[in-house]
Design a protein around this ligand. Structure first.
Ligand code: FPP
Length: 226
């Protein structure tokens, strides 16, 4: 969800106002993907590296997350969306951690789309914590890919099909590194607060035109499809 800061700065607003506008865009994205039957939508709301931002921006983001969880919960329940947080939450303020746990518990039985919010998340952190847990917990043998995936924070989620980055940058910035091995990447020039149905549909259209070969040849896929 890149571009909140630039969106605000070009309007002479504070970066926090950009994040507040970004929250509205997040709401539009959840609605868009839930209406199209997506099984899961994951947003990168705070990376492990975002801790390095100015203290006041980090605190304003935490306040926004607390009020967003409170404000959005009834709508998420109404839409049968299951909320899940991934990332290292240990250093978050107690109030935020509490809201996160309450929201996960309140939506845990919902059968609709899973809305995953990555907070304090980093792809390298995820792989490392999975490896450490496996070493601590696994008793026999070496993990295969499937077993290892069950230790990642995204365990149980469907494979990542499409990774969209807004804001014009073309990099993954430590998002779902393991999970994006065969994801289609789509980079949009739109700043996140400007995200709307047209831009999201454009990303889905790009995805629909891609041929996903997973290491096979195009001819092999044709035989398989026939
Ligand atoms: C990156 O844009 C955006 C963030 C670090 C924060 C994103 C958070 C939200 C949109 C709120 C969503 C809240 C919930 C609970 C899901 P940037 O600040 O790096 O933008 P820039 O590249 O223009 O500076």
């Amino acid at each position: 969800m890149d571009g909140n800061g630039r969106w605000a700065e070009t309007r002479g607003l504070s970066r926090s106002e950009g994040h507040r506008e970004g929250l509205k865009a997040t709401r539009r994205a959840v609605e868009f993907f839930a209406n199209r039957g997506a099984q899961a939508l994951t947003v990168f709301a705070f990376s492990s590296e975002n801790w390095q931002r100015p203290r006041e921006e980090v605190e304003a983001l935490f306040d926004l997350f607390v009020s967003a969880i409170e404000a959005e919960l009834p709508e998420l329940i109404e839409r049968a969306v299951r909320l899940r947080f991934i990332g290292e939450r240990e250093d978050f303020p107690e109030q935020l951690r509490q809201r996160m746990t309450e929201a996960e518990n309140a939506t845990g039985v919902n059968a609709g789309m899973t809305f995953v919010v990555a907070l304090g998340y980093g792809g390298r952190w995820d792989i490392l914590q999975a490896a450490l847990r496996w070493v601590r917990e696994a008793r026999n043998g070496e993990p295969d890919f499937e077993t290892f995936e069950s230790y990642l924070s995204t365990a149980g989620l469907p494979p990542l099909d499409l990774l969209i980055r807004t804001g014009g940058e073309q990099r993954i910035s430590n998002f779902l590194l393991w999970q994006s091995a065969y994801a289609e990447l789509c980079f949009l020039d739109v700043l996140w607060p400007d995200i709307d149905e047209t831009a999201l549909q454009a990303a889905l259209d790009v995805y629909a035109r891609r041929q996903r070969r997973f290491g096979c040849t195009g001819a092999q896929l044709q035989v398989h499809d026939a």
